[in-house]
Design a protein around this ligand. Structure first.
Ligand code: SF4
Length: 330
């Protein structure tokens, strides 16, 4: 999949009639004032200073298609004038599954939206209800079908460790999302932010967040599911900066969450390889793609140390062209 750089613009809480258990848009976006069209000009000008090509203007953070229609169109129109199919190739939006229909898709298409991401979060209706999402798994299916029918690239977002959820529920959600054939997926372990209903449940002892190890272990199982289905996981865990550290109360937040998950996947793949090949203990050479060398070794060489604890002394040799997560014995 072609990688895009995003010119990210946050539309905080604008028009959102909900209060999902985990959401405090103020903490996530670091901003509460409505986005002005002029801010799009400023962000684009900054992005155009570099030589990047293939960038997308991305409206994140709120329920984009649920905001007031004329306001939404004014933002899209301002962004659309920068699409030149070279340096800026399109617009991404993220929104709620119950705020998408044919008319909305036509509007998005008209203004040059190339990708729409839905906050599915879970495909278990009980978990959606407990977390006050205000939509059902059926809404996720309908919205996904509408988006794809209008030729817009579909992205889906899911969360792990939700209130009332479980590892099994996350695996079930991942399977259901794969059936919807999105092009991209984002996975967000649930973080408890101050001033949210989840923070109250946490303080009352009614909600226990995943530990960092639990979230890494679960996500290291989910990523290969999407990978095998040809779906790119473009984001794991909340972005650092933008206020999340300030609003953080509890949960598996780590600024390099993806690195941790990728390291765990590599570790599991190396163990599988050793097992399948009945490799004897001692020194061995391992081939892998050069761009993933730090993930193969793990953070602070965790994987190398864990292998050594099992009696395996690994030298990593890079081989350009090998796939992500692929390992071979020398
Ligand atoms: S997660 Fe989305 S739908 Fe829920 S309260 Fe936040 S902005 Fe609204």
């Amino acid at each position: 999949m072609k990688r895009h750089t995003n010119i990210a613009l946050f539309v905080p809480h604008a028009g959102c009639p909900h209060q999902c258990s985990f959401c405090n848009q103020k903490s996530i976006s670091g901003s509460v004032k409505p986005l002005e069209p002029e801010e799009i000009d400023a962000a684009v000008q900054v992005a155009l200073v570099g030589n990047s090509k293939g960038m997308e203007i991305a409206f994140f953070g709120g329920s984009f298609t649920a905001i007031e229609y004329n306001y939404m169109c004014s933002l899209l129109e301002r962004a659309a004038k920068y699409i030149d199919n070279d340096r800026i190739t399109g617009i991404r939006i993220s929104t709620r599954p119950d705020a998408v229909d044919d008319e909305i898709c036509k509007t998005l298409k008209f203004y040059g939206v190339t990708a729409a991401e839905l906050g599915a979060q879970s495909m278990d209706d009980k978990v959606l209800r407990l977390n006050r999402r205000g939509h059902t798994s059926g809404d996720v299916v309908n919205a996904s079908e509408r988006i794809k029918a209008h030729g817009i690239s579909l992205g889906l977002q899911m969360m792990t460790g939700l209130y009332g959820g479980s590892d099994e529920e996350s695996v079930y959600t991942a399977k259901r999302l794969i059936e919807l054939e999105p092009e991209t997926v984002r996975i967000y372990p649930t973080i408890v932010l101050e001033s949210t209903p989840l923070a109250e449940l946490y303080k009352e002892g009614k909600y226990k967040p995943q530990s960092l190890d639990e979230a890494v272990s679960l996500c290291a199982g989910l990523i290969p599911m999407f990978d095998r289905a040809g779906i790119t996981v473009i984001r794991l865990g909340l972005h650092s900066g933008g206020g999340v550290e300030e609003g953080y109360l509890a949960g598996p937040y780590h600024p390099s969450f993806r690195e941790l998950c990728d390291g765990e996947i590599y570790y599991r793949n190396i163990l599988d390889l050793i097992k399948k090949n009945n490799a004897p203990k001692g020194r061995f050479e391992l081939y892998a793609a050069p761009e993933y060398i730090s993930q193969i070794k793990g953070q602070k060489k965790k994987n190398i140390k864990r292998l050594e604890d099992l009696g395996y002394y690994c030298t990593v040799i890079t081989r350009p062209g090998m796939k992500r997560y692929e390992v071979r014995l020398g």
